[in-house]
Write a protein that binds this ligand. Structure first.
Ligand SMILES: [Zn+2]
Length: 252
């Protein structure tokens, strides 16, 4: 009897901790899980959350959106980046940089990436006059954000929940917000095949950029602006930098 009660108590504790998350899909990367777990706690009468939304944006192209929160305070479109280190970037630069020891990384400007998502959403939601979007880029708390941006909200994914709650300016009638949410649910592509295709599409784009970077470097050219790469000596040894420094800060 004692053991039975103990097991019952333990399972109760485990379930009460896990309960809120059981509806959350345990796929996607760590960042997407961290964000969807937090979004789950938004009041459900006003905030409608869709994680991992895949919509058709053209006959042959899809858009995968990490998180969408539809609310009377706007439609929050969240792009999650599980990238740590020192992050540099601006609104307009085509790529952002991560500096971390020798592991530098160049990745697509997430604000522009998210803007293509917002464009795709506004197209499929054209019949809703009040559909207004707020772009949010959610980084790992291990990222040091040294970015200069004004067109999107770039923050640690720990702050997303409170950021959304703080927006209190009603712009979409609740009924319309519900309709928008239901519309997106209908448009969400569920099929495994389509999702696989999208993943391949994304992989191809990344490969294309990476091969552009390696050919440029092999030719002694800066992959970002086409300037010459010049050998320089820094605190941590030799490195190559762009001849257009300080306008272009590319290094490798
Ligand atoms: Zn350059």
């Amino acid at each position: 009897m004692f053991w039975f009660l103990l097991i019952l108590a333990i399972s109760f504790v485990i379930l009460s901790i896990l309960g809120p998350f059981l509806g959350t899909k345990w796929v996607g990367d760590k960042g997407e899980r961290a964000v969807s777990r937090r979004l789950w706690f938004l009041p459900k009468k006003k905030y409608f959350v869709i994680n991992d939304l895949l919509i058709q944006k053209a006959p042959d192209r899809t858009a995968q959106i990490d998180h969408v929160v539809v609310s009377p305070y706007g439609i929050f479109v969240i792009e999650t980046k599980n990238i740590y280190g020192y992050i540099h970037g601006t609104d307009t630069s085509s790529h952002w940089q991560r500096y971390w020891r020798k592991n530098n990384l160049s990745f697509q400007n997430p604000i522009q990436e998210n803007q293509t998502h917002i464009n795709a959403l506004s197209k499929v939601l054209a019949q809703f006059p009040n559909a207004q979007f707020t772009s949010v880029i959610a980084f790992s708390p291990r990222a040091q954000l040294q970015v200069q941006v004004s067109t999107a909200n770039v923050m640690s994914w720990r702050k997303v929940f409170f950021f959304i709650l703080r927006q209190k300016n009603p712009i979409i009638p609740l009924e319309e917000a519900e309709q928008i949410y239901n519309n997106l649910l209908t448009l969400n592509i569920k099929g495994r095949q389509a999702r696989k295709q999208h993943a391949n599409q994304a992989k191809q784009a990344v490969n294309q950029y990476q091969s552009h970077v390696s050919t440029s470097i092999a030719n002694g050219k800066c992959p970002r602006c086409g300037g010459n790469l010049i050998k320089r000596t820094g605190k941590h040894g030799d490195f190559y930098g762009c001849s257009n420094y300080p306008k272009c800060k590319y290094t490798c």
